[in-house]
Design a protein around this ligand. Structure first.
Ligand code: PAF
Length: 276
């Protein structure tokens, strides 16, 4: 496994490689990231993983400065996963001058997580576009935990005719159901015990909807109230059409319930798909 820091090194490595897969990350790797790598390895032998905490997708007051940077531990995990290259550029390598041209995702960027994280998806899509141009992968794996990000990346690839196949990988969960996330590390011991409640609420909602309840607003409002009463600060819980991420209509068959809620310091997100 090679650790490369510059675009030049990566391009030189890439020259004589054929079909490759790519897993973009911000590091602090957990089993969720390793599941993405595993999926990539199933499809292609040569896998590149990037580790880059992208400043332009963090808003003011967010955790860019304190985001855990754990390159040595990440490298150990990636050696075990038989990755070919880890691309870990410095900020100046990707942004030698302030970024002046951005990917502007569709209006969905302002909804759901985008309502409280202004500019987040624009920053994420822009860096993924840059990384695609640098790595030139044939396949790229993204987790379904970041459902809205996955949707926006797919939209970008389609709109810009980028020749990369996007593979969506199921959310990796702890035994108690909590979706794995680097930000789970911010939970206190007591909050960690309470954290699986978010996914439990989503599974209860799924059960109610699958049983025929189509009062999506009523159901999600009740779930919000219940979580808030238990000490959560729910930002949103919404039932959306899984194909276009628009608010779900009662005739829709492919749904996804998406949620974001703060529990103490961290803001947790999760979602669950439903096929009726
Ligand atoms: O999902 C993430 O970790 C990031 O948003 C990504 C895709 C690596 C872009 O910085």
């Amino acid at each position: 496994m090679q650790l490369l820091h510059t675009i030049k090194e990566l391009r030189t490595w890439r020259k004589d490689k054929g079909f490759i897969a790519f897993v973009p990350t911000m590091g602090n790797l957990h089993d969720g990231h390793l599941a993405l790598v595993k999926e990539a390895k199933k499809l292609v032998d040569q896998v590149v993983v990037s580790i880059f905490v992208n400043p332009i997708q963090f808003g003011t007051g967010e955790d860019f400065e304190s985001y855990p940077r754990t390159l040595d531990a990440d490298m150990e995990k990636l050696v075990e996963s038989d990755v070919s290259v880890v691309f870990a550029p410095e900020i100046n390598e990707l942004y030698p001058s302030p970024q002046s041209v951005f990917v502007e995702p569709s209006t969905i960027q302002h909804e759901l997580c985008g309502a409280s994280r202004s500019g987040h998806f624009k920053g994420a899509a822009t860096v993924v576009n840059k990384l695609f141009n640098i790595v030139q992968p044939n396949i790229a794996c993204f987790g379904k935990k970041d459902y809205q990000q996955l949707f926006i990346i797919k939209e970008m690839v389609t709109n810009f005719n980028i020749p990369v196949q996007i593979v969506a990988v199921n959310t990796a969960r702890a035994k108690d159901g909590l979706a794995l996330s680097s930000r789970n590390g911010y939970l206190t011991a007591a909050e960690r015990l309470q954290a699986p409640e978010l996914y439990k609420k989503l599974t209860d909602l799924k059960q109610a909807i699958t049983a025929g309840n189509k009062d999506y607003l009523g159901l999600t409002n009740e779930a919000k109230q219940q979580l808030n009463a238990q000490g959560w600060q729910v930002e949103y819980i919404e039932v959306r059409n899984a194909i276009d991420l628009q608010p779900a209509q009662t005739k829709d068959k492919n749904l996804v319930i998406l949620a974001a809620a703060k529990l103490g310091r961290p803001r947790l997100i999760d979602n669950i798909e439903i096929t009726l």
